[in-house]
Design a protein around this ligand. Structure first.
Ligand SMILES: [Zn+2]
Length: 224
């Protein structure tokens, strides 16, 4: 198999406002100096900035290509089409599980992959494919932010809906807000100040069904 110079997967993880995009753009600029051919993609679901470029908290910008979250294979096609040496992937947590084999294929083809994403969701749970990608990575950088409440190190993403903590059973990804009635915002907080409201759906049995196996199955005999 033909290998390029630098098969490598670097995952940059962290909470909201931890500077993941700034770190990615810093590494992309280094790669530019090394004359690497760069492809940067971001999921089309992320509507905070226009899909044509990635923008960091410090307003740094870099051209990017939008890829649908359920069509990660498109990244592979773009990388081949542009003969990219380095592939940057933003907001990795939004892609479905096919991103895992795509990232593996990119690395197997000798490409250097740098992927950013939220390691935890708004309720402090491992976010989507991120745990798998972090385990597969050759290098993991975990960044932290500043808690907006106390100024200590922030590692959690606080979701607020109309200024109040979101509930644990709220949708993982909210597109277009909650019927426009309550403004949804995010901020970095430390563990002490990270708040998650109790489930809005008080039917606890219905929630547990999705998390735990039914009691009957755990008592089933192993003989089939
Ligand atoms: Zn705090």
């Amino acid at each position: 198999m033909f290998y390029r110079a630098d098969p490598w997967l670097h995952v940059i993880a962290g909470c909201m406002s931890s500077g993941k995009t700034d770190e990615l753009l810093r590494l992309l600029r280094r790669a530019e100096i090394a004359r690497r051919r760069i492809l940067l993609v971001r999921p089309a679901v992320d509507d905070r900035t226009p899909a044509e470029y990635a923008e960091s908290r410090s307003k740094a910008r870099y051209p990017s290509a939008p890829v649908r979250q359920d069509e990660a294979a498109e990244i592979l096609a773009l990388a081949r089409e542009r003969d990219a040496d380095l592939v940057g992937i933003e907001e990795g947590q939004f892609f479905d599980e096919t991103i895992v084999s795509v990232v593996d294929a990119l690395r197997e083809s000798g490409r250097h992959v740098i992927l950013t994403g939220l390691n935890l969701d708004f309720a402090g749970r491992p976010f989507g494919v991120m745990p798998t990608l972090m385990a597969m990575a050759d290098e993991v950088t975990t960044l932290t932010a500043i808690c907006v409440v106390c100024g200590e190190t922030g590692t959690r993403t606080q979701r607020l809906v109309g200024g109040r903590p979101a509930a644990s059973d709220d949708p993982l990804v909210v597109i277009g807000g909650y019927d426009g009635a309550a403004m949804e915002t995010y901020e970095a907080r430390c563990l002490r100040h990270h708040e998650v409201a109790p489930p809005r759906d008080r039917d606890v049995d219905a929630i547990l069904v999705g998390v735990m196996p039914p009691a009957a199955s755990s008592e089933a005999t192993p003989e089939g």
